[in-house]
Design a binder for this molecule. Structure first.
Ligand SMILES: [Zn+2]
Length: 259
């Protein structure tokens, strides 16, 4: 009887040891996770509306020393040349897809996604643009307050982007947008824009907006800002990027941010 009780005790001790190892010994043996402690926040900056110009301003953006993402509007004289040049210079390139706005929209009519188009027309228009920009790894919307709040258009767009493995950044030109939620639901990697940098085209205002983006990056770890291919935006970035890097912020491509 004593032998039986003793064996049962030993069995119990062995069982509890195998099932519940001491938590302290587990922690010690866990592999060390690499945390880049010197990074204060990840900043993603997308510059929209490339394609219109080929001058000191567009060249200036190509000399900024940071991982930036450049969004090129299809169909303009300098669109394809700029996309290729940006890619060769090590920047990330995305398509800046013209989409219907609730306001009067100018230009890019032959590229724009509109609510009056059939589903096949929308699909072939997106396919065409993707084939025109082999460098582009993703897309965001140019204007599009009407199109991004239209579930049918966003569903069709998500199908094409998924087929090609491209991501989508919701520029959020309207609070009614369903772009981000549709993309996520359909398995297209996506994120939203947090801060517009240059709605007011003045250097002091752009700097203010940039530091709103910086604060957000510091508080939540990562923030996405959108600016435009304009001289004032270029000047502010030229001045602030080196400082921000020195302060411990890291510039990342949009592909780093999408999930
Ligand atoms: Zn735009």
């Amino acid at each position: 009887m004593a032998v039986l009780v003793l064996s049962a005790c030993i069995l119990y001790i062995l069982k509890s040891r195998t099932e519940e190892p001491a938590p302290t010994s587990r922690i010690v043996t866990l592999p060390k996770i690499e945390i880049e402690e010197d990074i204060r926040g990840n900043i993603v900056i997308i510059i929209d509306d490339f394609g219109y110009r080929d001058d000191n301003v567009s060249e200036g953006f190509l000399s900024l020393d940071a991982d930036l993402t450049f969004a090129v509007i299809p169909g303009h004289q300098n669109s394809k040349v700029f996309a290729a040049k940006a890619d060769q210079n090590g920047y990330e390139v995305i398509v800046h897809m013209p989409m219907e706005s609730t306001n009067e929209t100018r230009g890019e009519k032959e590229y724009m996604l509109t609510t009056s188009m059939t589903s096949n027309e929308i699909e072939s228009r997106v396919e065409e643009v993707i084939s025109e920009f082999p460098e582009a790894v993703g897309m965001n919307n140019h204007q599009g307050s009407k199109a991004t709040s239209d579930k049918r258009i966003m569903n069709i767009l998500s199908n094409v982007l998924k087929r090609h493995g491209k991501y989508f950044i919701d520029s959020r030109t309207t609070s009614e947008t369903v772009a981000e939620i549709t993309m996520r639901f359909r398995g297209v990697h996506t994120i939203r824009r947090h801060v517009f940098l240059d709605n007011e085209n003045k250097q002091n205002k752009i700097r203010e907006q940039l530091y709103k983006l910086v604060d957000k990056a510091e508080s939540i770890g990562l923030a996405v800002g959108i600016g435009h291919a304009r001289i004032n935006t270029l000047e502010v970035l030229k001045q602030e990027i080196p400082k921000l890097k020195e302060y411990g912020f890291k510039f990342q491509f949009a592909s780093f941010a999408v999930k």
